[in-house]
Structures are given as structure tokens and as C-alpha cells.
Design a protein. Structure first.
Length: 402
């Protein structure tokens, strides 16, 4: 980039490359312009007309004075582009003088070379990180993961990836052999698939740390072997002194509230909820889970109840166990066996921690009572499905584009 030390925030950027009228520009065109001092970022527009009435690619809040257009453009097409600077107060400069360029024609894309995991690798994580070489002139990549070398049973796939790497999602099954391949794409079509590579997944489940789901109003994971709220997501209770619970009450639909009387870690609270499959594999119908609930016990009058539902939208709670007692003051982890429901979809467990009373429902209210839910995905066993799930996760450089 070419620094412009005398520019002010109101100065429109000067476009650098591609040169005006350039031809043969790659579909992932690299646009570059002169730095403008005193600005907080840049906005870029790419259009098919000089009046910018048909903006087909854009990016905003770019920190650097360069942008690689994404998704890739169409071959043998004329485009116009322009940039303006943004300041921290929400103002903008005028747009730069526009430039035009024409993208390259169609070319024969080379097949990628698979990098990792190494062919024949074992102990690969269930959310395997797949990586392959960049292909010159490619604007995207497709990936397939199958249980057979002929790829007749593709169990995971992704299309249109913007970088040459992908974390497989949903997670795979444990101790299972898989084959995978990738190909390069652009607006003209796709290359041949790479030579396939194989790997075998691990037999060790590391629970995924849940995130707060604003729709469910509770912590949730996707399709995984285990799910964990971690040390902070539900730690505390209501608005109790010294231990306000984040996103309280962390129950489905926020329909079961917590008591807020007392003091953190002097009185009752649920501090963590974690679950994982006994066989260390993906959570599927009928499997056995171990649910660990860590609480702070006020005394031996405190009791833990655990409930299960196969529907997080309109939950019908079934008691797994009730009245599990605290035996002393302080932290205690209850480990409870649970059988996964018979249907696929999003299921949940609810931990209910009570100061006395009885478990008359999955939402017994009380000044010292705490309730926390944990939602998780239940999917059909990988070998039973030949479909290609749509969920994708791209690794690599992140750009703000639409």
C-alpha cells in the first residue's frame, strides 16, 4: 500500500490496483488503494454498472486498505469499483473516483493436493480439521467426507468454501474410518477431485464448550460427543450477591426463574453442567450419557433433581433422578447416567437445585433454588445416513462482505 501522510479523514481514497481498464483479473480480485490517515476503516463496492445501481460485492469496516473480493466474481465480466473512508464518529469521505476491470476467462483449474490430516492418520478429532493446498485462479472449494473410498456414502460435505481449509461439522463418529477429497471451483465450473485421503477418528471425547443461545434462552451445543457450560456460563444464581448468573435464568424460554436470596458460595448455586457420551462418540438416539452437575451446597438440606426433554421449543420434562442430596457444605459434582431420547433433533437436560422441599415439577421455585438447562443436538448415526448436511464452517481469513 502507498501511504498518504497528508490526507485527512474527509479525503476520498485513491485507487491503486487493478489499473483502470485492466483485463484478465482473477475472480478473487485483489483491490488495493492508498492509505488515508486518521480514519477508522474503509468501505468498498463492486458493481456491474458505472452508476453502482447493481452492487454485487461489498465490504465495510475494513481496517487495511486492501480487500480480496469474496465470493469470487464471474468470469469474462466487466466490473466497476470504488472506496470511501470511514471515521470513528460514523462519518464518511466521498467515494473515490471509480475504476473498471474485466475478469479473466474460463481456465482449467488444477485439483488441490490434500495436506492434513496425513493419509492414514489415526486419533483424529471428531470435528476434524481438513486442509489442502491453494489452487491458482480458484475462487472456492468443495469438500466431501465419506465412509467408503468410492464416495457412495458421503456423510459430511461443504461447498463454496472461501479458503482451503474446513472443520468438519457436525462432528463425526468416534473410532470410524473416513475418506475425504476436495476440488477447486470458480464461476465456470469445478476441477477434478483431488486424490482421496483417509483417516480414523479418535476414541476420546472432549466436550465442546456451549454458547448462550438467545433464541432458546439457554446454553446450547450443536451435534457433538459432549457439551459443557464451562466455568462461567451458568455460574452463580439469579442476582445473588457476589454471583450474578450470566444470562439468567438460563432455562428454555426463560420460563423458570431462579431465587436471588443469599450470597454466592455461601448459599446454593449451580456452577457448571457438562455431559458426554459413555462411548465417546457422537450423541445419537439411545446412547448413554454421563451428566455432571457441579453445585455449591449450603448444607445437607440441599437436593439436586435432573430432568430431560426431547423438545426444546415446547419442552415436556421427564425426571431422570430427584432428591440427590448434598452431604456436606461446599462444592460437589453429581454424576448422573442418562439415556438419550429415541428421536433426533435438539434435546436438553435441566438441573434443578433446591433448598429443601420436594421435586413436584421441573420448576420448583424458591428463594434459594437454581435451575439451568443445557441443550444439545442428537443426530442419526453417521453410517445410517448418505445425505450431505448443509452445515459448514470455514477456516481462514475473515472478511466482511455481502
Amino acid at each position: 500500500d502507498t501511504p498518504v501522510t497528508s490526507a485527512q479523514s474527509s479525503t476520498a481514497p485513491a485507487l491503486s490496483t487493478p489499473a483502470s481498464g485492466a483485463t484478465g483479473v482473477e475472480l478473487l480480485a485483489v483491490l488495493d488503494w492508498a492509505d488515508v490517515t486518521g480514519v477508522s476503516g474503509y468501505e468498498v463496492q463492486v458493481a456491474t454498472d458505472s452508476a453502482f445501481t447493481n452492487v454485487v460485492r461489498s465490504a465495510n469496516s475494513l481496517v487495511a486498505s486492501t480487500w480480496t473480493v469474496s465470493p469470487g466474481l464471474t468470469a469474462t465480466t466487466a466490473y466497476h469499483w470504488r472506496v470511501r473512508a470511514l471515521n470513528s464518529c460514523g462519518g464518511t469521505s466521498g467515494w473515490s473516483a471509480a475504476r473498471s476491470f474485466t475478469t479473466r476467462g474460463c481456465v482449467n483449474l488444477a485439483a488441490p493436493t490434500l495436506s492434513s490430516p496425513a493419509n492414514g492418520a489415526t486419533g483424529v478429532a471428531l470435528g476434524a480439521s481438513l486442509d489442502w493446498t491453494d489452487v491458482a485462479s480458484a475462487s472456492g472449494y468443495d469438500v466431501q467426507v465419506a465412509t467408503d473410498s468410492a464416495f457412495t456414502n458421503v456423510v459430511r460435505s461443504a461447498t463454496g468454501l472461501g479458503s482451503s481449509a474446513w472443520n468438519v461439522t457436525p462432528a463425526l463418529s468416534n473410532l470410524t474410518a473416513y475418506h475425504w477429497r476436495a476440488r477447486a471451483t470458480d464461476s465456470c465450473g469445478a476441477s477434478a477431485y483431488s486424490a482421496a485421503s483417509s483417516f480414523t477418528t479418535t476414541n476420546v471425547c472432549t466436550p465442546v464448550v456451549a454458547s448462550y443461545n438467545a433464541t432458546l434462552r439457554a446454553p446450547a451445543c450443536g451435534s457433538v460427543c459432549g457439551c459443557d457450560t464451562g466455568p462461567t456460563l451458568v455460574n452463580g444464581r439469579g442476582t445473588v450477591s457476589g454471583g450474578v448468573e450470566p444470562n439468567q435464568p438460563n432455562t428454555l424460554g426463560a420460563t423458570c426463574t431462579d431465587g436471588s436470596t443469599g450470597t454466592y458460595h455461601a448459599d446454593e448455586s449451580i456452577d457448571r453442567v457438562s455431559l458426554k457420551t459413555v462411548d465417546q462418540g457422537l450423541i445419537t438416539p439411545g446412547k448413554q450419557l454421563t451428566v455432571d452437575v457441579t453445585v455449591w451446597c449450603y448444607g445437607t438440606t440441599d437436593q439436586l433433581d435432573l430432568y430431560y426433554t426431547t423438545n426444546t421449543t415446547t419442552p415436556a420434562w421427564t425426571a431422570v433422578t430427584t432428591a440427590q442430596p448434598c452431604t456436606a457444605v461446599g462444592a460437589k459434582t453429581f454424576s448422573i447416567p442418562v439415556t438419550v431420547g429415541s428421536t433426533t433433533g435438539q434435546h436438553a437436560v435441566r438441573a434443578q437445585f433446591r433448598f429443601g422441599g420436594t421435586a413436584t415439577s421441573a420448576c420448583v421455585t424458591g428463594s434459594y433454588n437454581d435451575h439451568d438447562d443445557l441443550a444439545f443436538g442428537v443426530v442419526a448415526p453417521v453410517a445410517a445416513s448418505a445425505s450431505s448436511p448443509a452445515a459448514k464452517q470455514v477456516q481462514g481469513r475473515t472478511v466482511t462482505a455481502r
